[in-house]
Design a protein around this ligand. Structure first.
Ligand code: TRP
Length: 337
């Protein structure tokens, strides 16, 4: 008997073109997981709406750009199910049901919720939808009975709450949902080219969609060890923001040699960044090529999502049938479909 593969699920809010922070922080990890597990990866556009409700217009384009980057990075629609959340109406149905028994106190004390309210103080987020964000996330995860959820540390409270919601459901209506495990993603400490957090709003990103010469130019412009004003001064790799990028793009032996040469003032920042630019451009070349390919075929991207949504929806329908049955909402008379 073949053992069933463990199921992995994760989502990203559509933010448009992805940068290297997104790539090394999340996508890279998804690529590895796809080799071993049955994976569901989706665009969390309803989650985006919790903060972007005033201007949802660009979300469609953001979805398209982000999915092109997923495919460019190497997510394989033959192996992984790639879908868009808003195409699966079972998500809001499950979210609604979970909302019936999720105590408001769980939501109010969620640390990520509190952080975000502060961070996004310029937006009016005292909304019902934003408070309920983790309940929607629980619906995403439990819908597919995922065993593992790869996320960064900021998302851990949401997955923990998902476990509590699963437990509460199982207690109230009988066992149905497995409790998902967090697969914590080690996120390398990448900063933007100016030393601040890599973020679209700071205009300091290197994008997967940047052509090689743009990547090289951005790398050349990166801030290095600011306490090393002259080439003859010894540098300190731990203070240099190019270093995490070097680690991801050069072999360990070479990195050690660079660190030594930097500290001994034998290697200057200009040369060092030139080497980084070359390595990064070479490593990103296949991604960039695939990106050009998919960007030229929007119809193909659409078909991939249509097929992914169809597959995801089969599972979602099955889960909802079980949920309605558990609640006694699957009546003798058929009221829908
Ligand atoms: N909240 C996640 C984020 O901002 C996105 C997300 C939505 C998600 N639903 C999910 C992640 C389910 C993992 C599983 O990154």
């Amino acid at each position: 008997m073949t053992q069933e593969k463990k199921r992995i699920l994760s989502g990203m809010r559509p933010t448009g073109r992805l940068h290297l922070g997104n790539y090394y922080g999340a996508l890279y990890n998804w690529l590895r997981l796809q080799e071993q597990y049955e994976c569901y990866f989706f665009v969390a556009d309803w989650h985006a709406l919790t903060t972007e409700y005033e201007n949802p217009g660009p979300l469609g384009e953001y979805i398209q750009e982000m999915v092109i980057d997923w495919l460019a990075a190497g997510l394989d629609p033959e192996r992984s199910t790639l879908f868009v959340q808003s195409g699966i109406p079972e998500h809001p149905e499950l979210y609604l049901i979970f909302g019936m028994f999720t105590p408001v106190s769980w939501l109010e004390r969620n640390p990520t919720y509190k952080d975000q309210i502060q961070e996004l103080a310029h937006k009016e987020l005292a909304t019902y939808g934003f408070l309920g964000y983790p309940v929607l996330q629980a619906a995403d995860i439990l819908m597919y009975k995922a065993h593992g959820v790869p996320v960064g540390v900021d998302q851990v409270p949401h997955v923990e709450m998902t476990r509590e919601i699963a437990r509460r459901f199982n207690h109230l209506y009988g066992p149905l949902f497995p409790e998902p495990e967090v697969l914590l993603t080690e996120v390398p400490k990448l900063t933007g080219t100016d030393g601040r957090k890599m973020s679209k709003s700071y205009d300091n990103c290197i994008y997967l969609s940047d052509p090689p010469e743009v990547v090289a130019r951005k790398v050349r412009g990166m801030v290095t060890d600011t306490q090393r004003p002259y080439r003859r001064d010894p540098g300190e790799p731990d203070r240099c923001l190019t270093f995490p990028f070097l680690r991801l793009n050069l072999p360990p032996a070479r990195i050690e040699e660079i660190a030594r040469a930097c500290r001994a003032a034998e290697l200057g920042c200009v040369e060092c960044k030139k080497e980084l630019a070359e390595a990064l451009v070479a490593n990103l070349a296949p991604v960039y090529e695939r990106r050009q390919y998919y960007a030229g075929l929007p119809e193909l991207v659409r078909e991939i999502l249509v097929a992914g949504n169809a597959r995801a929806r089969q599972t979602a329908r099955r889960t909802l049938r079980e949920v309605r049955q558990a609640l006694g909402f699957q009546r003798d008379y058929q009221l829908w479909e």
